[in-house]
Design a protein around this ligand. Structure first.
Ligand SMILES: [Zn+2]
Length: 493
């Protein structure tokens, strides 16, 4: 296969870039992977590779070993077929319709006005190029191509684990050259639901809104150790402190837009005695000043405002208001334990992501993460205790277990060796405090020795997405050397 556009002319490895280019013309938005599934199936049929599909539409393609490597352990290469199809509104291009226009910018490859789909097109192209090249030695391979990764790892969640027969899994969805990833966090969603009675407001009461905004927010896993403010926790703290000097009753409390993000906005309506509005404003301002000071180095923009509001419904009672604020104070948010394997990496965390008011009920939704499954029960117990002390209850939804780093992994030793021989220096071995498909797959296929690496990809999921061309060649060479190493006769596992 050869590339067609001049943008990619002369780039090595040629067959990789040819496959990468043809993927730019195949629509593959999450949950609408049919065209790319057909594309891959046709390619597998052309090469005589057996292709299986589960009910979740994940593909497993069986590639026989090259001569002399038949006895080697089966290696699973894994990546996702779907991509995030973002575009500038003015762009004539649209990945969702198979229109990605490649642009060279020095050592970088990007797309004109859209996402590029290097995440995770590099994995699919690399698997196809490797499998069809008979000159590259490898043992039996299973190419596991998942769907709907970008929408909550849906494809991996639907994976039929019995389709995967290999003992080593190589995930090709990492985005940092020079790094080998050997662990990630599992996650559990929880909802604390507390009900409190409402009662008519005092006849002369006025309603005010207390609103927190201006924080940096960020990813609730990857950014949890940065010490940024959580708007819901700031709101709870300011309200509790103000309540000491100016009693009020809560009407509503809401905030956060996603379980997966640190909340940047939160707001409460409060009912206060007429004539004491100025006092309440002053008390809120005093509390807010302490909060700003607390975050002066990590999240200096956080601010609190008090504005007039409509009395939408009756406020919760005095007792109820205090109890709800107590529960909010008890809900932990932030890092809870650091990794024993990697300096500076969070092992366990929890993030309060969303609050909502529905009738008499306040709901607080948290997302807790850990790479160490044994750490999770204590986190859940804390949230459960907060719920029950507040007279409410906890709903728990376990998503998937963590991928706990194994620094004694044979695959890691082999990959490290290949890396050092090829590049003459040591790779960085690390883990991430976020969910990867490997965690879900590892839950379904017990005992897999897993590792992840990839080329340098920046700004994925945005029209600024770009991949570093020289690191693609390094990625390719490492992959080729690794499957060779893993299949060498007499290699000890
Ligand atoms: Zn990806």
């Amino acid at each position: 296969m050869a590339v067609e556009t001049t943008v990619l002319a002369g780039l090595e490895p040629r067959s990789f870039w040819a496959h990468f280019e043809s993927l730019t013309r195949v629509p593959r938005p999450s949950r609408h992977e049919e065209p790319v599934i057909e594309h891959v199936r046709a390619w597998a049929a052309e090469h005589g590779f057996e292709c299986r599909e589960d009910t979740g539409r994940n593909l497993v393609i069986h590639v026989p070993a090259t001569p002399g490597r038949e006895e080697a352990p089966t290696v699973v290469l894994q990546g996702h077929l779907d991509m995030v199809c973002e575009r500038d509104p003015a762009s004539p291009n649209d990945p969702a319709e198979g229109r990605i226009a490649l642009v060279r910018d020095g050592d970088w490859l990007k797309a004109d006005g859209t996402t590029l789909g290097a995440d995770d097109g590099v994995a699919i192209a690399a698997m196809m190029a490797l499998a069809e090249d008979g000159s590259l030695p490898h043992g039996p391979l299973e190419l596991l191509m998942t769907v709907a990764e970008e929408v909550g790892l849906e494809g991996a969640n639907a994976l039929d684990g019995s389709l995967v027969g290999g003992a080593i899994l190589v995930n090709l969805d990492s985005e940092e050259d020079g790094k080998l990833t050997v662990g990630c966090a599992g996650s559990t969603d929880t909802w604390i639901r507390v009900e409190a009675p409402r009662a008519a407001a005092a006849p002369d009461a006025v309603t005010l809104a207390v609103t927190v905004s201006g924080g940096l927010g960020g990813h609730s896993g990857m950014n949890i150790e940065y010490g940024r403010s959580n708007a819901l926790k700031v709101l709870g703290r300011v309200l509790r402190e103000a309540h000491v000097t100016v009693p009020f009753r809560l009407v509503t409390l809401t905030g956060g837009k996603s379980r997966n993000a640190i909340p940047r906005d939160a707001s409460a309506a409060v009912s206060v005695e007429r004539g004491r509005e100025a006092e309440l404003r002053a008390a809120v301002e005093t509390a807010a000043a302490t909060v700003r000071d607390a975050f002066s180095k990590t999240d200096a923009g956080v601010s609190v405002a008090v504005t007039p509001a409509d009395a939408a419904e009756e406020p919760w009672t005095d007792e109820g208001s205090v109890r709800l604020l107590d529960v909010l104070a008890l809900v932990p948010t932030g890092p809870l334990a650091m990794s024993p394997d990697f300096e500076g990496l969070v092992e366990t965390s929890t993030s309060l992501g969303e609050a909502s008011t529905d009738g008499d009920r306040l709901t607080l939704h948290s997302l807790s993460r850990s790479s160490n499954d044994s750490a999770m029960p204590e986190v859940i117990a804390t949230l459960d205790a907060a719920a029950r002390l507040g007279g409410g209850e906890l709903e728990v939804k376990h998503n998937y277990g963590g991928w706990r780093p194994n620094l004694d992994s044979p695959a890691l030793a082999a990959l490290r060796g290949s890396y050092e021989r090829l590049f003459g220096d040591e790779p960085i071995v690390t883990a991430v405090h976020a969910g990867l498909e490997t965690a879900v797959i590892g839950d379904k296929v017990q005992g897999l020795d897993m590792i992840s690496f990839g080329p340098q990809i920046e700004a994925p999921h945005s029209p600024d997405e770009r991949v570093s061309i020289p690191t693609v060649e390094r990625f390719w060479r490492l992959l080729v050397a690794f499957v060779d190493e893993l299949s060498k006769p007499g290699r000890e596992d």
